[in-house]
Design a protein around this ligand. Structure first.
Ligand code: UVW
Length: 367
């Protein structure tokens, strides 16, 4: 179906829906009770949400926090690259000015067995054969291959692409109304062998100015699960770090050091139990600043549980689904913080796996 037709049909459907339906927020009602408690508790390790009932599903056209279509995207109705479109030659040339001492910092984690994983995700690396092949030839060459079974874009240091997070509009299970970035529906994009639209391979390589917010310094210690980073916190941290809010330009990236990453592989249960992070207030600030990417030393970047316990990953939906703003999770900033390097070039090219929802890989910061 042509995109214009797609958006017209959905808009028409929504405009003609009964007014009472617009006020019905039953899609989230299933989260408010028992599942809200699950969110507050062990969401990451043992993800569980109470399913909404069939009766609720029949009368639930709009989810909480969404009152109008978010498409077409400002990048065009066919766009699949979202905020990576900020990466123009002009942006790259402006970004390069931030390279002062030529030092490169790895800000991604090592992928290994025992790292904390969301829900039932797995990470299983095997080297078949030991060695996999050989010896070959008179020179007796041997070689190793690896076999990796994992949600490759959603374990460890992970970059969320635009096919990852969507919102169910309309009735529960209606894939035509399960909407992603730019209004693409699950019905259009889903495929068992890779997303047909919004695959991570559609994104442009990211090379932009990164601003690091040290929340540990601002708060005087590691933040706690459920502790929200607000726009006021960002402003206060910028001031403390002698940085100017005016220096944050469209297409830049913003990163948050919460201290939560210190639990990585030391206390996975606590790491998985929730996390500090940005809430909807900071997300609004990110959208207003027209940034390309958010990142943090946590597994979702956003506060979990959300202070509004009826909401699940609301910041993901605001930034990625509605605005095409990208997200990088489980980053490490310790070396940058130790060197007091709060401004750097962030560089990352998502692994171009056709139809993938995200990407593994090691982002770098260049100072
Ligand atoms: C989900 O996959 C729901 O979240 P995240 O992007 O944090 O892994």
């Amino acid at each position: 179906m042509d995109d214009g037709v797609r958006s017209q049909q959905t808009n028409q459907d929504r405009n003609e829906g009964p007014a009472t339906d617009r006020r019905t927020l039953l899609r989230t009602a299933g989260l408010a009770g028992a599942a809200g408690a699950a969110l507050a508790g062990s969401m990451h390790g043992k993800f569980s949400l109470a399913p909404i009932s069939e009766a609720q599903a029949q009368t639930a056209p709009m989810p909480k926090g969404t009152d109008k279509p978010w498409w077409p995207s400002k990048w065009g109705k066919d766009d699949e690259a979202g905020a990576s479109n900020h990466m123009t030659p002009e942006k790259v040339l402006d970004t390069v000015k931030w390279i002062k001492d030529g030092k490169i910092y790895k800000i991604g984690r090592v992928y290994e067995t025992g790292m904390p994983l969301f829900g039932a995700r797995v990470f299983a690396l095997r080297i078949p054969g030991s060695p996999t092949g050989g010896p070959f030839g008179d020179n007796r060459l041997v070689y190793h291959d690896e076999f990796l079974a994992t949600e490759i874009g959603q374990t460890g240091t992970q970059f969320d692409g635009l096919g990852h997070i969507g919102l169910q509009l309309g009735k529960d299970g209606d894939k035509g109304e399960m909407k992603f970035y730019n209004g693409f529906s699950a019905a259009e994009i889903s495929d068992a062998y890779g997303l047909k639209k919004l695959g991570v391979e559609k994104l442009k390589p990211l090379f932009t100015r990164g601003h690091l917010i040290d929340m540990v310094a601002l708060k005087g210690g590691m933040m706690d699960a459920g502790q929200e980073i607000t726009a006021a916190d960002i402003k206060a941290a910028l001031q403390k770090q002698n940085m100017s809010e005016a220096d944050i330009k469209p297409g830049d990236a913003i990163f948050f050091h919460t201290g939560w990453g210190s639990l990585w592989m030391k206390n996975n249960d606590r790491f998985n139990s929730g996390e500090p992070g940005i809430g909807l207030d900071a997300a609004k600030w990110v959208i207003e600043k027209d940034l390309a990417l958010t990142g943090a030393d946590t597994w979702a970047v956003e506060v979990v549980p959300n202070p509004d316990k009826s909401l699940a990953f609301a910041v993901h939906a605001e930034l990625q689904t509605k605005h095409g703003i990208l997200n990088h999770e489980n980053l490490v900033f310790d070396e940058l913080i130790a060197a007091k390097k709060y401004q750097f070039v962030y560089s990352f090219t998502p692994s171009p796996i056709k139809g993938a929802t995200g990407s593994n890989g090691c982002p770098i910061a260049i100072t």
